[in-house]
Ligand binder design. Structure first.
Ligand SMILES: *[C@@H]1O[C@H](CO)[C@@H](O)[C@H](O)[C@H]1NC(C)=O
Ligand SMILES: *[C@@H]1O[C@H](CO)[C@@H](O)[C@H](O)[C@H]1NC(C)=O
Ligand SMILES: *[C@@H]1O[C@H](CO)[C@@H](O)[C@H](O)[C@H]1NC(C)=O
Ligand SMILES: *[C@@H]1O[C@H](CO)[C@@H](O)[C@H](O)[C@H]1NC(C)=O
Ligand SMILES: *[C@@H]1O[C@H](CO)[C@@H](O)[C@H](O)[C@H]1NC(C)=O
Ligand SMILES: *[C@@H]1O[C@H](CO)[C@@H](O)[C@H](O)[C@H]1NC(C)=O
Length: 586
């Protein structure tokens, strides 16, 4: 397009040799321009979309445009399975224990806490603007970002923004959006996906018109539950089935929640309040299947939204210079471990989310199984934008190409404070609703390495879980509680007995629960700085048994609703000087 314009101008100027010279320099200018222009980023983040329950197999257009045209990161995890903390971690590149935004509302979280912690002047869109990007956002940003506080202060960092506001964020048919510095506007009677599609395409046009590279984030609420503000009474929120677009409401009539081994099992599983859940009756199971279908139907709108965005991008000259990244803020469970619909747990359903990346240099149709997390996304955006990483990032660049040389990690630090949220009609408070379940405070480490696939957690009531996902992918057999006494046929991990493995996992969790920057990425260096240990496998050698047996244990003194250090037991692990002698780490 640009070439043609320049050529036409040159042609009208006359002589053939002039034309040739002009053409050559024009070609050069365009090449230089496109080489020097940093890549654009289109970031789509859905709300509460699972990976484990197959949602991605019901979005053919997202598969066609993003998954098949790029790389699917099959071991991608969130670090806190709740919208607001997860999003703040994503936008800052820090674990929730470092943002201390750990809930959806004050005093421990929500937009006011984000502002109070100073992040409104120090987060991704601002860093991208500083690096020369035009930044745009539409959809849900945070929780407790409301029609009353949206201007005190406004969210910084965006050249154009149009945010969904509470209490109408999840009101599919009566959403409120708030554009730039304008007053909030109610969209009563319109479907939220129709509204966001219009807004996102508008920002994409603005972004494409500019001369600078752009970052456009689009955050639809689907497939989150529907929440209508008039039902919010006395702190109890009514969370009902997500509402699809009319044209999608009859789809998938025969589809049910996958009947994995952990679906409404005969035996209780999990820890804490989860172990006390009763087996669900047929009425509840049927409702959960309906809930599942409604989610898939609601996601169809997102599928079409992505189709519209990518189609528009393909019509521009920037498609080859744009990364398209698709993910969700946290996962979701329905009926697993007898749970009502919801998130907030440490199970695979809640912490694994889709991640697809397509763009310049990213292999097409590729599957990448390296362990990656949401705190790796900010460093990854920095890498794509050619900005040097910050030392306060708790994550590291995702290996976007197979030969990518970067620090890898085999662990995910999973953390949660406060209440679990049960959603839907059978959540506990009657015909419609949601229930807050206290004491859902826990810390865990998810570990995937050569020859092991583990989840280890410590709850605030000091219950523990250990699942060996290589033999128990659905996490129904808690090895910690089931094998207190070792015998010759007890399960082993890498040929060592469970106690030895647990000693290492606990020490690792001790580091991770208060890690910062580098120590979040290379936690074994805190424990064994002079030994050559960077994986569980390295740490499991017998020589180190005494060192790991001497470690203080991760524990809680009480169940805090937020990150209250006093509640969280010992803070510092021992550090080894020479593998066999050790000191307190400071
Ligand atoms: C976007 O905002 C940045 C920071 O305020 C500014 O430097 C840049 O010129 C803006 N871009 C456009 C297209 O207005
Ligand atoms: C839709 O939201 C507006 C506020 O933005 C409110 O005034 C109106 O009553 C709501 N409509 C319904 C049907 O709840
Ligand atoms: C099934 O369980 C739900 C939730 O406990 C209860 O409200 C309902 O009455 C039960 N239905 C039957 C048919 O037992
Ligand atoms: C450290 O261990 C790795 C395997 O974990 C091995 O490849 C490497 O050679 C070791 N380095 C040293 C200095 O021992
Ligand atoms: C939650 O934990 C607190 C203290 O840690 C305890 O006092 C309380 O009984 C627990 N509540 C429930 C519902 O288990
Ligand atoms: C996190 O925030 C809460 C609420 O403001 C506060 O009580 C707590 O001490 C903070 N935690 C840390 C580690 O600063």
């Amino acid at each position: 397009m640009k070439l043609f314009t320049v050529a036409a101008l040159a042609a009208s100027a006359g002589a053939f040799t002039d034309l040739q010279t002009n053409l050559q320099s024009a070609v050069q200018t365009v090449l230089q321009h496109s080489e020097s222009r940093k890549p654009n980023i289109l970031f789509v983040i859905t709300d509460d979309q699972d990976l484990q329950l197959d949602s991605i197999n019901y979005t053919p257009l997202i598969s066609k445009h993003v998954r098949d045209q790029g790389t699917f990161f099959t071991n991608h995890f969130v670090t806190t399975a709740l919208c607001c903390p997860s999003r703040v971690s994503l936008w800052t590149g820090r674990q929730a224990h470092n943002t201390n935004v750990t809930d959806v509302k004050p005093p421990y979280g929500g937009y006011p806490k984000f502002v109070e912690r100073g992040f409104n002047d120090d987060f991704l869109p601002i860093w991208l603007q500083d690096a020369g990007y035009d930044t745009y956002y539409t959809g849900k940003m945070f929780n407790a970002h409301t029609v009353d506080n949206y201007h005190s202060p406004h969210i910084n960092g965006f050249n154009g923004s149009d945010f969904l506001l509470d209490p109408y964020t999840y009101s599919y048919l009566n959403s409120t959006y708030q554009r730039n510095r304008d007053a909030p506007v109610s969209h009563e009677g319109e479907h939220t996906i129709d509204v966001i599609t219009r807004k996102a395409l508008g920002f994409l046009d603005d972004a494409l018109e500019g001369d600078r590279p752009f970052f456009l984030a689009v955050s639809p609420v689907a497939p989150h539950s529907n929440v209508d503000p008039d039902a919010i009474e006395g702190g109890k929120i009514s969370m009902t089935l997500p509402i699809p677009l009319k044209r999608h409401e009859d789809l998938f009539q025969d589809v049910k929640v996958p009947r994995h081994e952990n679906f409404n099992p005969d035996q209780p599983s999990g820890a804490g309040w989860i172990r006390d859940l009763p087996k669900q009756n047929q009425t509840v199971v049927d409702y959960n299947d309906l809930f599942y279908r409604s989610r898939l139907q609601a996601l169809q709108g997102v599928d079409e939204l992505v189709d519209s965005l990518v189609t528009r991008l393909e019509e521009s000259d920037q498609v080859e210079n744009t990364y398209i990244i698709y993910t969700s803020d946290n996962g979701f469970h329905i009926g697993q471990h007898r749970l009502p619909p919801g998130k907030t747990c440490g199970f695979e359903e809640d912490i694994r989310v889709p991640l697809f990346i397509r763009g310049p240099g990213i292999p097409k149709g590729h599957v990448q199984d390296a362990v990656t997390t949401h705190v790796d996304l900010a460093p990854t955006f920095f890498h794509l934008a050619g900005i040097p990483a910050r030392t306060d990032f708790d994550g590291t660049t995702i290996p976007i190409t197979p030969d990518f040389e970067a620090e890898r990690h085999e662990h995910v630090t999973v953390e949660y404070w406060g209440s679990a949220v049960a959603e839907g009609a059978f959540s506990g408070i009657g015909p419609q609703g949601s229930t807050l379940i206290p004491n859902n405070t826990y810390k865990s480490v998810r570990l995937l390495g050569e020859g092991y696939n583990l989840y280890y957690s410590v709850w605030c009531n000091n219950e523990h879980e250990l699942y060996d996902l290589s033999t128990d992918p659905y996490q129904v057999n808690n090895l910690y509680s089931n094998s207190p006494i070792e015998s010759s046929d007890s399960p082993q991990i890498l040929g060592r007995n469970l106690n030895q493995a647990i000693n290492r996992l606990d020490a690792l969790l001790m580091v991770l629960k208060s890690c910062q920057g580098k120590t979040c990425i290379q936690p074994w260096d805190v424990l064994q700085p002079v030994d050559n240990v960077s994986t569980l496998r390295d740490a499991l050698v017998e020589e180190y048994d005494g060192f790991y047996a001497a470690q203080p244990q991760v524990s809680f003194d009480w169940c805090g609703e937020g990150y209250i250090i006093d509640a969280e037991g010992p803070q510092d692990p021992l550090t080894s000087r020479y593998g066999v002698s050790w000191d307190v780490w400071v």
